[in-house]
Design a protein around this ligand. Sequence first.
Ligand code: AMP
Length: 539
Amino acid sequence: MLGLMQDWPLLTHRVIDHAARHHGGREVLSRSVEGPLHRSSYAEVRHRALRLAQRLARDGVRLGDRVATMAWNTWRHLEAWYGITGIGAVYHTLNPRLFPEQIAWILNHAESRMMLADLTFVPLLEQLAPKLPHITRYVILTDAAHMPATSLPGAVDYESFLAEADGDFAWSEFDENTAAGLCYTSGTTGEPKGVLYSHRSNVLHAMACSLPDVFGLAAMDRVMPVVPLFHANGWSLPFSAPLSGAALVMPGPKLDGPSVHALLEEGRVTFTAAVPTVWLALLQHLEATGAALTTLKRVAIGGSACPPRLIEAFTQRGVRVVHAWGMTEMSPVGTVCSMKPETAGLSPQGQLELQAKQGCPPFTVDMRIVGDDGQEKPWDGSTFGNLQVRGPTVTRGYFKTGKSALTEDGWFETGDVATIDAHGYMHVTDRTKDVIKSGGEWISSIELENLAVGHPDVAEAAVVAARHPKWDERPLLILVPKQGRTIEKQSVLDHIAPHVAKWWLPDDVVVVEEIPHTATGKIQKTKLREQFAGYFGAG
Ligand code: AMP
């Protein structure tokens, strides 16, 4: 017997419909690529998204077609997501920080037929266009006054393109399992892989993200996604903020410490989200200038492990750190570290230590840790295992591969190694490839890095495995000093020593000027491993 409730497919355009109808005047404030601040609202975003949908449909964009975006976080990019999905087409976000050949490969694999791009990327796209046969039109996200002369095929400025439609148009209706978004993982080895979100997974994920113990979004919030929309579905904030009626503050292209701080203040932001490197830069700016955060209440930090030093610094400024773990394949949020009655009684120091863990999954995500034999490992907070996940917001296969990405019993292998404690808090110890295997035992590179960046002279730290004649692998600590500081190797090792087993202590320390990062701001361990594999003289 079926239930007798209404059939109302979970489609992403229902999110902007809801926001426009019930929170229509709520502000969408953006730093434009052209420079000045721009003010819009959910009602206006919806109206312009409808015009875009109408205009795209007139150009022949149909259900399932991929429309690429290469853009910063602005109101126009937000409109693009809703306009594209509103006719059942698929927004395909491109990370401009990838190598140009990778971008071309991804666009050709996706067969994206149109590109919506910011002014910033016109020169790059002009260089790539001859290699992109599927893209027949480039819409530049600007107005006629700022439109450059360009050789891009079918080039038009976004405002003129929109002006050709009046918005007297209705969203398309289709199944909620229809594809909505496409994002390729940067894949440190092998070819990038396409993760294809559905309308249903996006809406469910946005609802889960808004819950109090996840991002806790509300109509009183003003949300600033510093995390780019092209990084792992923008952590769902383009959906979860309007779904909750929260205002959006979009930082555009300026993601440095001073610019982020200026907009946090100007935009009266209460909730923001980004990777740790963004927040380390912001804190350096605050320390250097003595500036304050006057409205910010919560900061979501994820994408890489959040160093305790960051948690402490924000807590001291009255800002709660929401440490989150996830991946592109998970829409992307997998776990968030929030208090439970079982942990709320911890001392302030105990709470800080707990927050360094990645936390617990929201409803829609199930997780477990297993050994290499596939057997589940205990939740005792110390046994390591391969972390696996499942749920309606987790991928089951990559675009165009035609095969399942799951284990035989239906779990997705994250590639992370983790512990889970008795209260269900998950703690990532490493990527499977980054864990250091010393004499048959495992050493967590993340834990050593977190300790190292707690040293007052250290700006950034990476620990990699170097081959060792006796122990197979031993940890090597690579450090970047803070500006104007000198690093004493022994002082950093002495700082780490009281917190780890003796055999975990790195065998040596190398001080460098810069550590390489990936296109999503993570430390590029593969590159460091290649460079330092032979450091201890073993072949
Ligand atoms: P991506 O799909 O590029 O976002 O990368 C996902 C990977 O980033 C995960 O599998 C983790 O290895 C890493 N990651 C994300 N968030 C965290 C976190 N809070 N702590 C540690 N690693 C993280």
